[in-house]
Write a protein that binds this ligand. Structure first.
Ligand code: FDP
Length: 344
């Protein structure tokens, strides 16, 4: 026997093998979604190779442009955005793409065929943190188009979270991880940079029942509603109903979500009165909240806008914003209860 062949073939599982095995649960599948997920994993590897070099002068610094959210676009955002688009525009798998960095839909060039899926992505979430060596991430979701053929339209992109076929994120931290779901549990892979492969490191992730953390920008407390203030007191154990949770807030949604997914807890970014132009929260429903809501549900958790499930919101704008409470179900439900009681 060759001593270098692992005895147990399950010991090391690459993301390719894992996605292929998942596909076997769907005998009708033609492998298009599988290939699409490979392409996203590849984009993640390319982006990771740049983020680890982000301290270098040629990458650092801002391009000076302002994206449609009114934020300054940094070079790495642009690189990540372009990488995902270029790796997916010609494959014949997509009808259209939507990126948080662009106002409208991104169309497939005429010279390439269109396909049956739509890919929505936030290329580099938490980009205000890039210059400080703090984790950032890519968030993605995949829907089936609803129009029959031709170039994809807004109708194909403006779907509720309930229609998501697959979603996930890639976190560029002390290591690079890809976490995804196709509706059959949540699985996490860690990039081994020496071989350039994502290897299964966190199979079947479930949010631990006992929460440890709460994550919110406490600096905005004075702009919150009574319900959100009471909720924060509850999480801090002020009223003695629960032991106080630890506060952790990175300010990169992917990093905050990832920690709470693995350790248990809740992240929230409520509506606030800080910016009268953004009374509906800061985070984007399609690019941030819905993809993570699907993951949270698949891991046994829940995501709400403070009134009901994020998954049920029918978007009417690609860049629609929403309040977000996401994590352990009982904690998110508590937010809904206190908001219903104090804010209505
Ligand atoms: P960023 O502005 O750095 O891109 O939605 C974007 C986001 O980061 C989230 O990743 C993060 O959770 C949130 O905004 C941080 O916002 P605050 O700085 O207002 O707390």
């Amino acid at each position: 026997m060759n001593m270098y062949v692992a005895e147990d073939p399950e010991q090391i599982k690459t993301i390719e093998r894992h996605i292929l095995q998942e596909q076997k649960h769907h005998p009708e599948a033609k492998g298009i979604l599988t290939d699409l997920l490979y392409d996203i994993a590849l984009a993640g590897k390319v982006i990771a190779s740049k983020t680890t070099r982000a301290g270098l002068a040629e990458i650092l610094g801002q391009t000076g442009d302002v994206n449609i959210q009114g934020e300054v676009v940094q070079k790495l955002d642009r690189f990540a955005d372009m990488t995902i688009y270029r790796l997916n525009d010609h494959t014949g798998r997509l009808a259209a793409l939507g990126s948080e960095e662009h106002e409208g839909l991104l169309h497939i060039p005429d010279k390439y065929p269109t396909g049956k899926y739509v890919l929505l992505y936030d290329p580099l979430d938490g980009s205000n943190n890039i210059d400080f060596n703090i984790p950032v991430g890519t968030i993605f979701s995949i829907y089936q188009r609803v129009t029959k053929s031709g170039p994809g339209t807004l109708l194909d992109a403006l779907q509720s979270g309930r229609n998501i076929v697959a979603s996930g994120y890639i976190i560029y931290g002390s290591s690079t991880m890809l976490v995804y779901t196709t509706g059959k549990g949540v699985h996490g892979f860690t990039l081994d940079p020496s071989v350039g492969e994502f290897l299964l490191s966190h199979p079947n992730i479930r949010i631990p029942e006992t929460p440890v953390y709460f994550s919110v920008n406490l600096g905005y407390r004075k702009y919150w509603s009574e319900g959100v203030i009471r909720y924060t007191d509850y999480l801090q154990g002020v009223d003695g109903q629960i032991p106080s949770l630890s506060l952790r807030y990175v300010g990169s949604l992917v990093a905050d979500f990832h920690r709470n997914l693995l350790a248990g807890g809740v992240f929230y970014y409520p509506a606030d009165k800080k910016d009268p132009h953004k009374p509906h929260g800061k985070l984007r429903l399609l690019y941030e909240a819905a993809p993570l809501a699907f993951l949270a549900e698949q891991a046994g958790g829940y995501a709400s806008d403070g009134f009901g499930s994020i998954m049920d919101i029918q978007p009417d704008d690609l860049h629609q914003r929403t309040p977000l409470f996401i994590g352990n179900s009982p904690l998110v439900e508590k937010a809904e209860e206190l908001i219903a009681h104090h804010d209505r």
